[in-house]
Write a protein that binds this ligand. Sequence first.
Ligand SMILES: [Zn+2]
Length: 249
Amino acid sequence: MFTALQKILFVALGVSLLGTPADKSQTPLPVKYIYLSFDDGPLNGSEHIDSVVLAERLKISVFLVGEHVEKSKRLGIYYKMYEQNPFVESYNHSLTHAENKYEAFYRNPEKVLTDIRLNEQLLGLRFKIVRLPGRNIWRIGTRKLDDGTSGASSADLLAENGYKLCGWDIEWQHNAATGAPVQPVDQMVKAIESRLESGKTFTKDHIVVLIHDEMFQKRWEESELKQLIEKLKQHENYLFEHLRFYPDK
Ligand SMILES: [Zn+2]
């Protein structure tokens, strides 16, 4: 048994002599943050994302392309829908989307900076948060990650000018021709869960999911998004947040 001196020591150290560890079922699960981010809007499909997140009362981040807003009256209206939706926060995905000619675009970092600034002005964006078109590149605080293609020097220039660059950890892919989602909802939910469990994300316990606005043009696609959200919400320790709150360290 324990000596008197040992007992005093245990009490001082807060050690229970009864040896009853806390009931495991009462230990709260660690909080995991999910950032659903939608690229390339406004596009056909944005209106469905808008209504799903309003109904679900769920925070999402959208990376907007300024040129799309001016393309048609309808896309201008979708942009306004996002602006008025309290669950949607708008960030910068460039004015031109590099006209989808990425190599040429990233050859000129000054041009990239100008493009981002013009988009910021056109859309009146409140936060200096950027996702580079066609690139999974990160510049957050002192941390950086490149995707092995061109764009690193443009990213550095943007970071020097106060922009936070946000890539993604996992993508819900879409068919290039039709826009339809590729992975079924259950597969996507499992992939998100296992990536979070593995800790292999840019920041542990934080996962950035890349989705594209054009994936939700049809009713069944809209319901896929609803299902994904509802299934992820079943985890009481999953919290949905805007990318503005992504940790800098
Ligand atoms: Zn894009």
